[in-house]
Design a protein. Structure first.
Lengths: 167, 324
């Protein structure tokens, strides 16, 4: 493996993403956890950018770093949550968790290596947002509409739930 | 590597800093004139060095960190707020030759990065451990999130007309008619939402002095406070530039007056928007918090959606369709 700028950028971004995730688990205050998560989201956007998926990267920042992280921060701040989380996990529990996670990782890697790559890896560089839009609204229009209906239902559901609590 | 790649952003930062210094000065002057006062006129000739003196004062001040604050977050919050405000300038084309990147989805990039600033403001308000700053941060975040939606929706009309998210292509599409004419509804929605995004009067609820002392930066002093103020004014720079690019034809000359260089046209239109912001601040009273939210969700968003529909329909009409 040759060391070029792309490799260095990928290395930094992946360390940032994994670091954010590790910190998210290790922090004791919930606000710090949410921020670490936002940092991970941002790093993942950088990795997308490296794969020439500019649209996906920007949407990742807009939705995950912007909207979802702020929503979480809001929820945490509005609910009184000043006490720190004490870790009350028994040692055997930690070992058990490790075994479970390791097994899951093994299964995941096995599946990834077993699955044959069906098509040739496409060249991402010439891929424009125009083509993306055309694909979504012609080939994949039904899944797209289904997803939007799902979101609409969730939105209406949230409004109904909020109305109920008002009474 | 192109040496302009290194010098360009530094030059831009200097220009932006100069703009911020004199924007604050002229804001005080214009509001002074509007209220029949003189405005700052003591430091330097005609008061020209007033802001410089203010900034120097902030630099020399002690950087107070409250005892019970979350120290790390308190320290990094101004940085989280400021960095995106400067980063969004990367995609704005100032003229056909002065630009930094030709990003294919420049418009979305602007919208996405500017949302990171909200995290900085929210964290700054929370980590101060002060109820006023927490309220201010919350208000600010709630306001910026709800106004981001009409802001994005109002520019969809332009994206539909141009068929591109690239800001350079958007300017080039305005060679004949600026988008302020065919997209007037979108322009009004965009302008209102933009003022609200900037947390400026009449939407300056997060900083309502009479209720909240000063909003999310109550506990900040010295240079960190200056950073929050800088963020606000850099966003003003960015938003005025974006409005110019999207609706006022960017660097295109009106009425065929092409003997004036494009960058001058850009600056003139840009300054017009900035002046409009000052003017509005001197004229309008502040809205109430509940009015603000209702206005965004029940008035601006439906109008923005209607604008999208209207653009789609008018695009198909034979004669008018050429302008959309």
């Amino acid at each position: 493996m040759s060391i070029n700028s792309e490799f260095i950028a990928f290395f930094i971004l992946s360390v940032m993403a994994i670091g954010g995730a590790v910190f998210m688990i290790n922090f004791t205050r919930v606000i710090h956890m949410a921020l670490a998560l936002a940092f991970t989201f941002l790093s993942i956007a950088g990795i997308y950018l490296q794969l020439h998926a500019e649209f996906l990267a920007v949407i990742q920042i807009l939705i995950y770093t912007g909207a979802i992280s702020i929503l979480m921060l809001f929820g945490i701040m509005l609910t009184k949550n000043h006490e720190e989380l004490k870790s009350s996990i028994a040692p055997w529990h930690a070992v058990l968790s490790f075994v479970g996670v390791a097994a899951f990782f093994g299964v995941l890697m096995w599946i990834i290596y077993q699955t044959p790559v069906i098509s040739e890896p496409s060249d991402g560089e010439g891929w424009t947002i125009l083509q993306l839009g055309e694909r979504v609204f012609t080939e994949y229009v039904i899944p797209f509409e289904l997803a939007s209906i799902l979101l609409l239902v969730a939105l209406v559901g949230a409004v109904v739930l909020a109305k109920k609590e008002e009474k | 590597m192109n040496s302009w790649l290194l010098i360009g952003p530094v030059l831009l930062l200097l220009v932006v800093l100069l703009f911020v210094v004199y924007a604050i000065f002229f804001e005080r002057k214009v509001i002074g004139w509007a209220q029949n006062r003189i405005g700052p006129n003591r430091v330097g000739y005609w008061g020209l060095l007033q802001t410089v003196a203010d900034v120097l004062k902030l630099l020399f001040k002690e950087d107070v960190i409250p005892n019970k604050s979350d120290e790390l977050l308190f320290r990094i919050a101004p940085i989280i707020a400021f960095v995106p405000s400067f980063a969004v300038l990367a995609v704005i084309p100032f003229s056909d030759s002065i630009r930094f990147s030709d990003f294919a989805i420049g418009l979305l990039y602007y919208m996405a990065l500017s949302s990171i600033t909200i995290i900085g403001i929210l964290i700054g308000g929370w980590s101060s451990n002060n109820k006023y700053s927490l309220m201010g941060g919350m208000r600010s975040a709630a306001q910026m999130i709800s106004y981001e939606i009409p802001l994005v929706m109002s520019v969809v009309g332009i994206v539909l007309s141009v068929g591109s998210l690239n800001l350079t292509e958007i300017v080039e599409a305005q060679k004949d008619v600026w988008f302020i004419v065919p997209q007037f509804v979108g322009f009004v929605v965009f302008l209102i939402a933009a003022i609200s995004e900037l947390n400026r009067c009449p939407f300056d609820l997060p900083e309502a002095e009479s209720e909240l002392v000063a909003g999310y930066h109550v506990e900040y002093s010295g240079f960190r406070f200056a950073f929050f103020m800088l963020t606000e004014y850099v966003y003003m720079f960015a938003m005025a530039a974006l409005t110019t690019v999207l609706y006022l034809g960017g660097w295109n000359a009106p009425f065929g007056l092409t003997f004036i260089p494009p960058i001058i046209w850009f600056v003139l239109k840009f300054l017009l928007i900035v002046f409009f912001l000052f003017w509005l601040r001197a004229t309008m009273p502040r809205l109430r918090a509940d009015q603000l939210m209702q206005f965004s969700w029940k008035v601006l968003l439906p109008i923005a959606l209607l604008n999208i529909l209207l653009t789609c329909v008018l695009k198909e009409v034979p004669v008018i369709g050429a302008y959309f």
